[in-house]
Design a protein around this ligand. Structure first.
Ligand code: HEC
Length: 157
């Protein structure tokens, strides 16, 4: 059975149409894929941007949080004394007046509380300024001195 030329032509045309259809389908498929990928990237880009904005804001938020958390810590005279002053004033290191020893502190207090505060703030002989902790405030020093005086049975006048 030999195909007549007309049939052959029809076959070729059919094959070409079919080929074109397959090609078209492939193109449509690829283009649609392209859109899906593009869309995904767009969404991803949005997420990235959101994350980046959050990231950019983070340090600021952390600094603020840090400030809130480490704001001026209010400590009692006892706490300040035990955290620092005790190192010298506990045992009388370098001739420091001993906390709890009235004889050590009475002549000091006789100079006036303001003088003691001034010496504690700015240093006095072997007494380092602020006991060596520059972060201590005037109120901190007042409290610590008052604590040492009271421990020695004396009262701030
Ligand atoms: C490194 C040791 C040391 C530390 C820490 C220290 N002191 Fe003193 N302090 C001394 C010495 C030594 C003297 C005595 C100085 C003198 O009379 O020559 C003294 C004296 C003083 C006096 C008496 C000053 C005067 O005019 O007689 C006060 C008040 C005082 N200290 C407060 C404090 C307070 C408050 C702290 C803690 C925040 C502190 N000191 C931490 C060593 C220290």
């Amino acid at each position: 059975m030999s195909a007549n030329p007309q049939d052959k032509d029809t076959m070729v045309t059919l094959a070409m149409v079919l080929g074109a259809l397959v090609l078209l389908a492939a193109v449509i498929f690829l283009v649609s894929r392209l859109f899906v990928v593009a869309e995904k990237n767009a969404i991803k880009g949005e997420i990235d941007t959101t994350e980046r904005v959050a990231e950019n804001l983070k340090p600021v938020a952390e600094v603020n949080a840090g400030k809130v958390a480490t704001g001026p810590v209010v400590r009692s005279g006892k706490e300040i004394y035990e955290g620092l002053c005790v190192n010298c004033h506990g045992a009388g290191v370098l001739g420091a007046p001993k906390a709890g020893n009235k004889a050590d502190w009475a002549p000091r207090l006789a100079k006036g509380f303001d003088t003691l505060l001034d010496h504690a703030t700015n240093g006095f002989n072997a007494m380092p300024a602020k006991g060596g902790d520059p972060t201590l405030t005037k109120a901190d020093l007042e409290k610590a001195i008052t604590f040492m005086l009271e421990k020695s049975g004396l009262k701030k006048k």
